[in-house]
Design a binder for this molecule. Structure first.
Ligand code: CU
Length: 280
């Protein structure tokens, strides 16, 4: 369990580097002190951009992990991690079908402010589904949820940390990020805190794009994941604007949209598969 926890913390930090494109910059900054607020967490029906506000499954509050563990898990500038561990009364197969999202609320007193959210979609690998929880409402919190199948139940582990994306730092929020201008790959796009907030995911499953229509701000990024067992493509009506090429099962493809417009796309292999990205 100890080892597993460590692996997960490693995964969290790796994920943070992906989001931030530079953990070093975050680590050099003073990490914001924990606020002491425990964060209520739920599984809701819907997706993060369209949640049923009424929670379906309760998770335990996200709270700081014992200080000793955080202090010994890395360098002296280790970023504290908050955790929630819950066994949910639903099988992972049901939770992972794309109809649910994990949503973290600011506090019991401020339940209406959401601080992080992640859609429960993607390939279940060896009984485990891991998803990112992206920052909401400039909370500075982001993290990872790891769901493990346990028969008719699912163990849900949520890890949050502040400042992984750098967005919590005042000077980061006001500085310009040249990376955003040159962003074309997923990694470069994610290097900008703003772009990370504007990241949207589309799951390709059962010969369909899910959701079929997504709306993002100008400069936002869409990442498609092929969760089917056959290859697909994400191909714009104008192929010079949007063309993933063959996406084998498990593959992902990201595209940053720098111009407002409505981008219809389809699959080269399955002409009845259609989707739309609205950029405004
Ligand atoms: Cu297809």
């Amino acid at each position: 369990m100890e080892q597993r926890g460590r692996l997960i913390v490693t995964a969290l930090i790796t994920g943070g580097m992906f989001l931030a494109g530079g953990l070093a910059s975050a680590a050099q900054d003073a990490t914001p002190a924990a606020t002491g607020d425990d964060h209520p967490a739920h599984i809701h029906v819907g997706a993060c951009d369209n949640l049923d506000p009424n929670p379906t499954y309760m998770l335990s509050d996200v709270k700081p992990i014992a200080a000793s563990e955080a202090a010994t898990s890395g360098s002296e500038a280790a970023i504290p991690v908050e955790q929630s561990v819950t066994t949910v009364d639903a099988p992972l197969d049901k939770l992972a079908t794309g109809g649910y999202a994990i949503n973290i609320h600011h506090s019991a007193a401020d339940i209406g402010t959401y601080i992080a959210c992640g859609n429960l979609t993607g390939a279940v690998d060896n009984g485990t589904l891991a998803v990112g929880l992206r920052e909401l409402n400039d909370s500075g919190h982001s993290g990872i949820a790891i769901l493990t199948a346990k028969g008719e139940q699912t163990d849900v582990n949520v890890y949050l940390a502040q400042g992984l994306s750098g967005a919590a730092m005042g000077h980061m929020a006001t500085s310009t990020t040249p990376a955003a201008n040159t962003a074309s790959s997923a990694g470069a796009a994610a290097a900008s805190p703003a772009a990370a907030q504007n990241a949207t995911r589309v799951d390709i499953k059962n010969l369909a794009y899910n959701p079929a229509t997504v709306e993002i701000p100008v400069g936002g990024t869409v990442t498609w994941t092929n969760s089917d067992s056959v290859p697909h493509t994400v191909t714009g009506m104008d192929r010079s604007v949007l063309q993933s090429g063959t996406m084998d099962p498990g593959a992902t493809f990201s595209k940053t949209f720098d111009k407002a417009g409505t981008y219809d796309y389809f699959c080269e292999f399955h002409a009845n598969m259609k989707g739309t990205v609205v950029v405004k």
